[in-house]
Design a protein around this ligand. Structure first.
Ligand SMILES: [Zn+2]
Ligand SMILES: [Zn+2]
Length: 136
């Protein structure tokens, strides 16, 4: 095995080398920063979903460049669209981090409320309403 060709991961947000998982994404909006992103990685430390192309370190990339690209290019867009709880105002990665501290690892962290007009409601997180997530 040649170690130089081995894929290395490093999070451009927190520099962790541990990942939770990699997943395919399908971005329908062709005009934003994410239009060419096909794969994302969720960091096991900060729990952010980050485009795989800047989570990988190989001979052509380095963490400093990836951090710059993440912070200036992708992150502002990510913050604009990221799921957020309507009660505690935390983003999904802050909620997942809190849950992880309590040894709860789950991707099922939000439910949506519906108002009486039937329109799509607000997101409420597992921290604010843990009862709602208990399977009956
Ligand atoms: Zn991270
Ligand atoms: Zn909440």
């Amino acid at each position: 095995m040649n170690n130089e060709n081995k894929e290395k991961y490093q999070c451009p947000e927190c520099e962790s080398k541990n990942i939770r998982f990699k997943f395919k994404v399908n971005n329908r909006n062709k005009n934003d920063a994410y239009s060419h992103v096909t794969e994302e990685i969720q960091c096991a430390e900060c729990f952010m979903d980050i485009p795989a192309n800047i989570f990988l370190i190989d001979k052509n990339t380095n963490i400093e460049d990836n951090k710059k690209i993440w912070k200036s290019f992708y992150k502002p867009e990510h913050l604009r669209k990221a799921a957020k709880c309507s009660k505690c105002d935390l983003y999904y990665w802050e909620i997942e981090k809190q849950l992880a501290i309590n040894n709860i690892i789950s991707s099922d962290i939000f439910y949506q409320t519906f108002d009486n007009k039937g329109s799509a409601g607000k997101m409420v997180c597992k921290l604010c309403d843990p009862e709602a997530f208990i399977k009956k």
